[in-house]
Write a protein that binds this ligand. Structure first.
Ligand code: ADP
Ligand code: MG
Length: 650
C-alpha cells in the first residue's frame, strides 16, 4: 500500500489531507413511495430465490435475483459480481427501473443504518481504489493536529467567520451535511488564496511594474518599413497591441505585459516585431516556448518574419556539443539577436551579452520562480507573456499583480475555423469512413484522450485507444503514441516523427494542447470529450486547421447528460475563445462546488479563480494588510516565505 501510495504521488500526510474529494455521494434511506424511475437508491435486504448467475466471455457475468427488503420484493440485475450468494444479507445501491425492477450498481455487507450520510468520492490515481482512499484519508486525519503548522491569522478568521483549518480539513473529508462541506470549502478556498496572495506580494520585487527599466532606443519608422515585407498586413488589433508594446519598450518603465489572443490570432508576429525593435536598440531577446518542437518551429517562423540581418538561433537538446557551445559563445559575444528555446534557457550556462526582452509563449507554464531566474539573465529586462486563454482584466490584475494587458479580439480574415462535430458515442465507428477519407487525402490525425488521473470515472487510456486503432484501422496507417510514461526526450522524438509525417496519426493525452503547430495535421478526434474543460477543448482544436485547409474536430462522448451535451454544443456553435470561456462559466453555474481547473491561470486545489472571484479579491486586500503590518502576522509570513524558498521550478 505504501508503494502504491508513493506512486500516486502521496508522499506526506499533507498530500493526503489536501487531496480533496471531487464530489459527495449521499447515502440515505428513501421510502419506496418516493422513488422515481432512474433514481439511485440504497436498500438493505436478503438475496432470495430465484437466483441465477450467467457467465459471459471476457470474465464478465450477469447475476439476477429476488431481493427481499424493507421496501418490498425486487427483481435485481447486477453485472460482474459473480461472488454474490443466495441468502446473503447485503446493502445494495441500485438504479430504480420502474415497477419492481432494479439494476444493481454496488453493494457491501454492512448494515445500511451505519452508512447513512455523505460519502466523499475521490479522483483515483494509479492503482488506488475508492476504498484505499478512504482508508488512507482516515489514517491521515489521525495526524491532523500535528500536520497543521500555521492557521489563517485570527483577525481574518474572525472577520469572515471561517473555520479553523483543522476543522475545515476534517469536514471536507468527513462532512455530516452539505452545509459543513460548504463552510469547509469556504475556509479552504480563502486560505489558499490568502497564501497565494501573500506569496505574490512577497515576490513583488520581481513583479516589477513601476520599476525603472532600460529605455530601448529605436526608430519606429524602421519597423513600419519592414512590415511591408511581411506576408500579410497586420490587422487593426495587431497594430494596436504592437503599438502598446513598442511604447513600453521605449519608456523608462519596465514592461510586464500579457498579450492575449485566441489560438491562431497572430501573436507570434507581434512577438517577432517586438524582438526586432529590441534588436534595433542593440539588445538581445529570448523567446521561451513550452516544448522543444515548438521552439524550433518558432525559430523557423521568426526567420520568415524578420530580415536576414537579424540572427536567430534555437537551443534544443539534440544539438551536438560543438553546435551548442558555438551558440552559447556567440550569444555571449553579442552575435545573436534572438535566442529561442525552452526552460533550458534558464540554465546557468546560458549567458546573454545584454538581454533586453524576454518573451514567454503560453505564459502559464512559467512560474514566479522561473521569471525571477529569467530576469536575472539581463539587466532589468522587459517581459512579454503570451497566452491564448482569456482572463478577465480585473482578474488578471489580481492574479499577476499589476500586469498590463493587450488583447487581440478581432482576427485576420484568413484564420481558419475548425469544423467541430459532436459524435454521441465514445468510439470512431460512426466516423470511420470519414477518417479513412482523411488518411487517403494525406491528412494526419490526432487522437486525444483525457489523462486518467483527473477522473473518478474510467476513461479510455492512450494505450487502450492505440490498441483499438491498431486493430481497427488499415494496416498501413502508422500510429505514434505519446503517453505520460515516456521521458521528455522520447516525447519530443515521437512528436518530431509525427511532424516529419512518419506517423499518420498520433494517440496522445493533452500534452499537445500547447502550441504544437503541425500544418499537415488537420483532423482531431477527442475521446471522452465531456471530461475536458471547454477552453481546453478550444485550445486543443486550435491545433488543427493551421495550414490552408479547414480543420475538423470530432468530439466523442457517450455521456448523454443534458448539461454535458449543452456544453459541448457551445464548441460546435462558437469559435470564439472568449465567448466559450464565458459560456462555460455560465453553464457550470454555482451547482458545482469544486470547479474544473482552469488552464492558463495558476492552479488551485480547491479555489476557482473564476467562480470564487470575490474571495480572491478579498484575499488580495488582506494580503496587502499583512504586508503593511508584518509583525502582526509573523507566523503566517514566515510560512509563506519558507514555501517560496522551497517552491520547485516546474
Ligand atoms: P497564435 O496567436 O496562436 O500564436 P500565430 O501567430 O501562430 O497565432 O498565427 C496563426 C497564423 O495566422 C499564422 O500562419 C500566421 O502567419 C497567420 N497570421 C497572423 N497574422 C495575420 C494577418 N494579419 N493576416 C493574415 N494571416 C495572419
Ligand atoms: Mg502561438
Amino acid at each position: 500500500m505504501i508503494e502504491k501510495c508513493a506512486e500516486a504521488g502521496f508522499n506526506e500526510i499533507e498530500d493526503l489531507l489536501w487531496f480533496f474529494p471531487v464530489r459527495y455521494e449521499e447515502i440515505r434511506h428513501k421510502p419506496f413511495s418516493d422513488w422515481l424511475v432512474n433514481d439511485k437508491v440504497w436498500l438493505e435486504g436478503i438475496i432470495v430465490d430465484p437466483f441465477k448467475q450467467v457467465y459471459l466471455p471476457k470474465n464478465r457475468s450477469v447475476t439476477k435475483f429476488q431481493f427481499q427488503s424493507e421496501e418490498g420484493l425486487f427483481q435485481v440485475t447486477i453485472f460482474n459480481r459473480p461472488w454474490l450468494k443466495l441468502n446473503q444479507r447485503i446493502t445494495l445501491q441500485a438504479r430504480y427501473d420502474g415497477q419492481n425492477q432494479l439494476t444493481g450498481l454496488q453493494y457491501n455487507a454492512q448494515a445500511l443504518l451505519g452508512q447513512l450520510g455523505l460519502v466523499p468520492v475521490y479522483a483515483l490515481r494509479k492503482e488506488l481504489t475508492q476504498k484505499d482512499m478512504h482508508k488512507l484519508i482516515d489514517k491521515a486525519l489521525m495526524f491532523l493536529d500535528q500536520s497543521i503548522k500555521v492557521d489563517v491569522p485570527d483577525l481574518f478568521r474572525d472577520r469572515y467567520r471561517l473555520l479553523r483549518l483543522k476543522d475545515a480539513l476534517h469536514y471536507i473529508h468527513k462532512p455530516n451535511t452539505m452545509e459543513a462541506v460548504f463552510q469547509a470549502s469556504r475556509t479552504l478556498k480563502y486560505e489558499e488564496f490568502l497564501r497565494f496572495q501573500t506569496k505574490l506580494q512577497l515576490n513583488r520585487s520581481i513583479n516589477f511594474s513601476g520599476q525603472f527599466g532600460k529605455v530601448k532606443v529605436f526608430d519606429r519608422r524602421h519597423i513600419q518599413a519592414w512590415m511591408k515585407h511581411l506576408p500579410f498586413e497586420l490587422t487593426k488589433d495587431q497594430n494596436e497591441v504592437l503599438n502598446e508594446i513598442l511604447n513600453d519598450l521605449q519608456s523608462k518603465q519596465r514592461m510586464n505585459r500579457l498579450l492575449q489572443g485566441d489560438v491562431g490570432s497572430g501573436k507570434t508576429v507581434i512577438a517577432a516585431l517586438a524582438m526586432y525593435a529590441t534588436a534595433l536598440a542593440h539588445y538581445q531577446s529570448a523567446l521561451l516556448a513550452p516544448t522543444e518542437i515548438l521552439a524550433r518551429q518558432h525559430a523557423e517562423t521568426l526567420k520568415t518574419y524578420l530580415p536576414d540581418a537579424i540572427r536567430i538561433e534555437v537551443l534544443y537538446s539534440s544539438l551536438s556539443q560543438v553546435q551548442k557551445r558555438k551558440i552559447l559563445s556567440d550569444l555571449l559575444n553579442n552575435e545573436i539577436d534572438i535566442l529561442v528555446g525552452t526552460h533550458s534557457l534558464i540554465q546557468e550556462d546560458v549567458k546573454f551579452a545584454n538581454c533586453g526582452l524576454v518573451v514567454a509563449d503560453e505564459q502559464h507554464r512559467f512560474g514566479v520562480k522561473q521569471r525571477q531566474l529569467l530576469s536575472e539573465k539581463g539587466d532589468k529586462v522587459d517581459f512579454l507573456l503570451m497566452s491564448a486563454t482569456p482572463i478577465p482584466r480585473t482578474l488578471a490584475a489580481v492574479l499577476f499583480n499589476d500586469v498590463e494587458i493587450s488583447t487581440i479580439t478581432n482576427y485576420h480574415a484568413s484564420k481558419m475555423n475548425t469544423q467541430t462535430i459532436l459524435v454521441r458515442e465514445n468510439s470512431i465507428k460512426p466516423i470511420y469512413a470519414e477518417l479513412l477519407e482523411r488518411f487517403e487525402a494525406n491528412d494526419q490525425v490526432y487522437f486525444v484522450c483525457p489523462s486518467i488521473e483527473q477522473s473518478d470515472r474510467p476513461t479510455k487510456s492512450v494505450e487502450l485507444i492505440a490498441a483499438a486503432l491498431k486493430k481497427g484501422l488499415p494496416a498501413h496507417i502508422r500510429i505514434g503514441i505519446l503517453h505520460g510514461k515516456l521521458s521528455a526526450e522520447e516525447k519530443a522524438l515521437v512528436l518530431e516523427r509525427f511532424y516529419a509525417h512518419e506517423y499518420d496519426c498520433l494517440v496522445t493525452t493533452t500534452v499537445i494542447e500547447v502550441g504544437v503547430n503541425i500544418q499537415s495535421a488537420n483532423t482531431m478526434v477527442i475521446y471522452d470529450s465531456d471530461r475536458f474543460g471547454l477552453s481546453q477543448l478550444h485550445q486543443l482544436r486550435g491545433r488543427v486547421g493551421r495550414g490552408s485547409v479547414e480543420g475538423r474536430c470530432y468530439l466523442l462522448s457517450d455521456n448523454d447528460d443534458e448539461l454535458s451535451m449543452q456544453r459541448l454544443n457551445v464548441l460546435v456553435e462558437s469559435q470564439d475563445g472568449f465567448e466559450i470561456a464565458n459560456k462555460d462559466l455560465a453553464l457550470r453555474g454555482p451547482g458545482e462546488i469544486f470547479g474544473l481547473k482552469q488552464s492558463g491561470v495558476p492552479s488551485f486545489l480547491i479555489a476557482n479563480v473564476v467562480t470564487d472571484q470575490a474571495i480572491l479579491m478579498t484575499a488580495q486586500k488582506d494580503g496587502q494588510e499583512i504586508m503593511h503590518s508584518p509583525s502582526k502576522f509573523k507566523d503566517w509570513l514566515d510560512q509563506c516565505r519558507k514555501e517560496l524558498e522551497t517552491q520547485v521550478v516546474d
